[in-house]
Design a protein around this ligand. Structure first.
Ligand code: OFO
Length: 174
């Protein structure tokens, strides 16, 4: 089934947004490292890798459908600096909420075009966003309860450093 042009463009835009997410988290990882949170920096670096895999999954799907992916410039991630560690994770949560809204829009565009295959493929991304938001909510809660207390903050950072990268297995990709 040939992909509708509007759906193809919307997928391409989302690829760019996922790369933007990766760059934003890479920038957050750098800030965390510069501000003596090596564990949280590691956690954010793994998040950067996850975002790359989200972008790659969408790209591979367009390849599978035999249509062009529009590869565009990635905007500079903003902001470049944060007031404190809590602000970093609040920013990440806000960003994930925006990504969820964009994924839902993408599903609506595919559904309006009657592209059931694309809607089915995007199911994984819809569910993934539930996890993405939940992770960032947990991070916000944990950093907030440790905030201002050097001991608990250090323990939290150490715990963040134990995150292991598990490559995403996105269904329907060959
Ligand atoms: Fe790709 O989910 Fe986060 O942004």
């Amino acid at each position: 089934m040939k992909m509708n042009e509007k759906v193809r463009k919307a997928f391409s835009t989302q690829i760019n947004r996922e790369f933007y997410s990766a760059f934003l988290y890479l920038q957050m990882s750098d800030w965390l490292n510069q501000n003596s949170f090596p564990g949280a920096a590691h956690w954010m670096y793994i998040q950067y890798m996850e975002e790359l895999s989200h972008a790659q999954g969408l790209f591979e799907y367009l390849q599978m459908r035999g249509v062009k992916a529009d590869i565009d410039r990635i905007d500079k991630p903003e902001p470049e600096t944060w007031e404190n560690v809590q602000a970093v994770f609040e920013g990440a949560l806000k960003h994930e909420q925006q990504i969820t809204a964009w994924i839902n829009e993408l599903v609506d565009i595919a559904a309006e075009a009657g592209d059931k295959a694309a809607v089915l493929f995007l199911d994984w991304y819809v569910i993934e966003q539930v996890e993405e938001e939940a992770n960032q909510e947990d991070n916000c809660d944990n950093v907030s309860s440790a905030s201002g207390q050097p001991g608990p903050l250090r323990m939290w950072d150490k715990q963040m450093g134990t995150r292991v990268f598990v490559p995403a297995v996105i269904p329907y990709l060959e």
